[in-house]
Design a protein around this ligand. Structure first.
Ligand code: AMP
Length: 313
């Protein structure tokens, strides 16, 4: 089944301890749709300016991502984000955000877009996320991401928006910030009571955790020795996760658990190179090989411990 994402389509300037890029393709909807495109047909809702050229559009086209709902404003410039990371690659420091065409963005969904069953409300102003969510009539499952900025400056709107979503996918710092609770398990309970029955907590190099009606599930991150640029890891995770659910057309416990692994697999590829470079040329064989490695990494035989007789000790 098809999947719709609304979010930022951006140019990013990124500095990490391992290198830097002055202008590369980025944005929450970009990273999400590239990752999701390996699993399901994806449609992007967003806005770009006249500086968004054929080279950038080709990245979407090569993965067959539908860009009919990606608006182009000839008189404006594309959203721009500048960020840096220290050796602790888990925290992005925002140095500059230029909303540009995003400042006046009013999502206009085509009638086909309105009938999309799986929806991802990527990281943008929560009013816009809510508008998009309300305008989709054919939805079966809606997930949402956000960031510290919106929890800070648009908290009430965000709380209103999450009342009507099924799955929230955010990082651990955002969970604590939104709930006001330092313990992740208590925080998860508080957030699930706000609306989303399923909560996925992204924990960077420590993996991800899932809280549902059925209980708790946790996975590690794929063990990588070289991480170049963590930008977009969260959106790639969400893309693999939602893409897999859309492909399977359901979200039962076993499917959601596998979706978590595909999310972690896509995030791990994303961080191996700058921006979208790695995921843009990924293959299904590479994805499946890493999926199998996860099985290896997390599987153990549950043989209960039997204390030996005293004399044998
Ligand atoms: P993440 O997956 O969390 O690393 O998200 C990375 C992407 O978020 C970058 O490519 C940025 O372009 C985008 N981004 C950063 N700040 C914002 C913002 N305020 N609104 C929307 N997108 C943003």
């Amino acid at each position: 089944m098809s999947l719709l994402v609304v979010g930022s389509v951006a140019f990013d300037a990124v500095q990490t301890p391992f290198g830097e890029r002055e202008k590369m393709l980025g944005g929450s909807a970009t990273h999400f749709s590239l990752a999701a495109s390996f699993f399901a047909p994806v449609r992007v809702v967003g806005v770009v300016g006249s500086d968004f050229g054929a080279t950038e559009m080709k990245v979407f086209a090569r993965r067959n991502i539908n860009t009919e709902d990606l608006e182009r404003i000839e008189s404006g410039k594309t959203f721009f984000w500048r960020g840096s990371y220290d050796f602790d690659l888990n925290t992005a420091h925002t140095l500059d955000t230029q909303l540009n065409v995003f400042a006046d963005f009013k999502p206009k969904l085509s009638s086909e877009a309105k009938r999309t069953p799986f929806v991802f409300l990527g990281n943008i102003q929560p009013d816009l996320q809510r508008e998009v969510n309300m305008s989709i009539t054919g939805k079966k499952l809606v997930a949402l991401d956000t960031m510290n900025l919106w929890i800070d400056i648009a908290r009430d709107s965000l709380i209103e928006t999450i009342k009507d979503v099924d799955i929230m996918i955010i990082n651990d710092a955002e969970v604590r910030q939104l709930s006001g609770e330092p313990n992740l398990h208590k925080a998860a309970r508080l957030i699930r009571a706000m609306g989303p029955k399923t909560l996925v907590i992204k924990r960077g190099e420590y993996g991800a955790a899932l809280f549902t009606e059925a209980g708790y599930f946790t996975i590690p991150a794929y063990p990588l020795e070289s991480v170049f640029d963590p930008t977009g890891a969260g959106d790639s995770f969400a893309g693999g996760f939602m893409g897999y659910l859309a492909n399977h057309e359901n979200a039962d416990d076993a499917t959601i658990r596998r979706a978590m692994i595909y999310g972690a697999v896509m995030a791990s590829f994303n961080v191996e190179e700058f921006g979208t470079e790695r995921v843009a040329r990924l293959t299904h064989e590479e994805i499946n090989a890493r999926f199998q490695e996860f099985k290896q990494m997390t599987h153990f035989e549950a043989v209960p411990f039997e204390p030996k007789a005293k004399a044998a000790l």
